[in-house]
Design a protein. Structure first.
Length: 278
């Protein structure tokens, strides 16, 4: 029998550089009485990469995670609600109408109410989401450019709030070249206090500082980002390709077949075979 080779191959999902994203938010940017319609574009391309799934070891079937009620069994998506765990034995069920009353009103506005010096923000507050703001249309271009020029000249960043996905978020807006960039922020109340060891600094001498400064100066050069990339995904790709491209005769059948039973259909047990009459 002739061997067949699986020609499938896994490739890395690498984003193309400098490719503009799609607008994920539309609204207005407000500075006092000044309003400018803007669109928000992702500033960083998301790279999902290769994700591993959970399977039954030795069987190879994906593990299902159905939503199940301990009393009524499997549930449909529309039967799943929300509740607050008041204690280990008491749960307060909340209806959608209850949650609508406490959710912030989404007025589609980025309200900048305070301004700080550029680079004076504690970078620990950055929450990880960055958006590029652009004028929604050509008529908003002059006002948008005026805001960029004013923030740049004053060396200030704007701090305010906006509603994203039904939640009010802290944001900072800063000028970058000829555009505005928005970053979501953590609340300062979530920051941990510094360790006690950070409050006492001893043993600093002028010679030691000079030595470290020279080391920093010797390694000050344009960043080579390729040297800092994580190569674990590439190794995983090689491993997967080696598994799926190896010669095989016949695809091995599952050693542990799975029989799916729906919630509305009761399980059927196999009855023992009855002996035939002689």
């Amino acid at each position: 029998m002739k061997k067949r080779v699986n020609q499938r191959e896994v490739t890395a999902q690498r984003p193309e550089p400098l490719r503009p994203g799609r607008a994920s938010w539309c609204g207005e940017l407000q500075l006092g009485q000044l309003l400018v319609p803007v669109k928000a574009f992702p500033a960083v391309q998301s790279c999902v990469g290769i994700q591993l799934c959970q399977v039954h070891a030795g069987c190879g079937r994906r593990i299902e995670q159905p939503k199940r009620c301990p009393q009524h069994g499997l549930l449909e998506p529309h039967e799943v609600g929300k509740a607050f765990a008041y204690s280990a034995d008491e749960i307060v069920e909340l209806h959608p109408s209850d949650l609508q009353g406490i959710s912030p009103v989404d007025d589609k506005k980025i309200v900048l109410s305070q301004f700080i010096g550029a680079m004076s923000l504690d970078l620990t507050l950055l929450a990880g989401r960055s958006l590029q703001l652009a004028p929604s249309h050509a008529a908003a271009g002059p006002i948008y450019a005026t805001i960029v020029a004013a923030l740049t000249k004053a060396a200030k960043w704007g701090v305010g709030t906006v509603v994203f996905s039904g939640k009010r978020s802290l944001v900072v807006v800063r000028p970058e070249s000829s555009r505005l960039v928005l970053h979501t922020l953590h609340s300062p109340r979530l920051l941990y206090a510094p360790p006690d060891a950070m409050n006492t600094v001893n043993g600093v001498t002028r010679e030691s500082v000079t030595h470290v400064c020279k080391m920093i100066e010797q390694n000050s050069r344009p960043i080579k980002w390729d040297d800092l990339e994580d190569e674990s995904e590439d190794r995983l790709i090689e491993l997967v390709n080696a598994r799926i491209c190896r010669p095989t005769l016949v695809k091995e059948k599952s050693k542990c077949p799975v029989r799916r039973i729906s919630a509305s259909q009761p399980s059927r047990r196999t009855r023992p075979a009855t002996a035939k009459a002689a």
